[in-house]
Write a protein of this length. Sequence first.
Length: 151
Amino acid sequence: MQLHEVQPNKGARKSRIRRGRGDASGYGSFSGRGCKGQNARSGGGVKAGFEGGQTPLWKRMPKLKGFKNPNRVPFLAVNLLKIEKLYSDGETVNEMTLLEKGIISSTKSPIKILSSGELTKKLTFENVAFSAKSKEKVEKSGSTIIGDDSK
């Protein structure tokens, strides 16, 4: 077999439809465009979503106020109640230990400690954010905070 003998498989290549080449072709007279009207003309047709002059659906929908901040950072919320329940005295609270104990399901988002519940144990918090009240409670319990990410 030579390079000039290579051919595509039978049926792999389909010839294009030649419109307007007589009625016998199946695409003669109106060339598959139907009879008259906007869509039968050259350059005719309507834009997507056009409803014949009626107010289109996308304009009839209610408009929402405000805006969504594209730079918003969603935090994973963890309550002091869960930390009190699952951690023992002297342990470290960080992304990995929270994941191991099943408090959070992924480490993709930053973690924020919220003030629901009380903290009586002395723990070490690493690289987690705090709400103002939770930070007070943590400091009151005698726990240490390393690398506070509070925003």
